[in-house]
Design a protein around this ligand. Structure first.
Ligand SMILES: Nc1ncnc2c1ncn2[C@@H]1O[C@H](COP(=O)(O)OP(=O)(O)OP(=O)(O)O)[C@@H](O)[C@H]1O
Length: 230
């Protein structure tokens, strides 16, 4: 469903991705792993059109994404939860969700109810400004905002980073439920335990190149620790 081929990208003169190729199959979860600074976030930003590619191609459901803005990619069915918090801090939780629904092609407010079923702990704080929420609640809201666009591919950059263990567990469960519902996902996750629990397929980046890729079963049998440890 998502196909990345020979992707090259960087910042100014500094090249970060060197011919990265990878895929996310329909209804599958591909996990991108690797040490800090190997280019995981850069890969997601190029896939979403936040950062231009200097070479290679990205296609979604057979359609080339070259030249499309991030909002156009969202309209095609790609949801993105970037690294850190992605909410409008002055708006209420409900305001955050409704603004996103109104900007989406379907404009279907029942998408909010569906997202709140995935993250029911947001229900008691719907009228609170997003900026006043705990980091765990902000993370739930960032994921719920991506879900209300009704994506067919959900892209998540370290959704469990920097939140307490109970929220990590809950986010892992939410991801498992979403995958079970048939949603395809591209997940950046540094921690092998969580990756092995969630992923169907994996890609390990090292210095901007694909060092390993395959199914989660294959990953279990490999000595990948040296590619993940600092
Ligand atoms: N906006 C930027 N301008 C210049 N260089 C950048 C920028 N963002 C990232 N880089 C550099 O690009 C390289 C890859 O960064 P990237 O954030 O993609 O790695 P990462 O694997 O996601 O790391 P982490 O796991 O720490 O988030 C790093 O050397 C980083 O310093």
């Amino acid at each position: 469903m998502l196909c990345v081929e020979g992707l090259e990208a960087g910042y100014g003169g500094a090249r970060v991705l060197f011919g990265v190729s990878m895929e996310v199959g329909r209804g599958r979860l591909t996990c991108v792993m690797g040490r800090g600074g190997v280019g995981k976030t850069t890969l997601l930003n190029v896939v979403m059109g936040v950062l231009p590619a200097s070479g290679g191609s990205v296609t979604f459901e057979g359609r080339s994404l070259t030249g499309l803005r991030p909002d156009e990619r969202v309209r095609l069915g790609m949801g993105y939860v970037p690294h850190g918090h992605d909410t409008f801090p002055q708006l209420s939780v409900m305001g955050n969700l409704m603004v996103t629904v109104e900007a989406s092609p379907h404009k279907d407010a029942t998408a909010v109810d569906d997202a709140l079923e995935v993250f029911p702990l947001l229900k008691p704080v719907l009228n609170r400004p997003a900026g006043s929420l705990s980091s765990g609640q902000q993370r739930r809201l960032a994921m719920a905002r991506a879900l209300v666009t009704r994506p067919r591919l959900l892209i998540l950059d370290e959704p469990a980073e920097g939140v307490e263990a109970s929220v990590v567990f809950e986010i892992g469960e939410a991801i498992e439920r979403l995958r079970a519902s048939g949603l395809a996902m591209l997940l950046v996750e540094r921690y092998l335990d969580l990756a092995l629990r969630l992923a169907d397929d994996f890609v390990i980046l090292d210095a901007g190149r694909v060092a390993r890729s395959g199914t989660a079963e294959e990953l279990k049998g490999e000595d990948v620790h040296r590619l993940l440890e600092v």
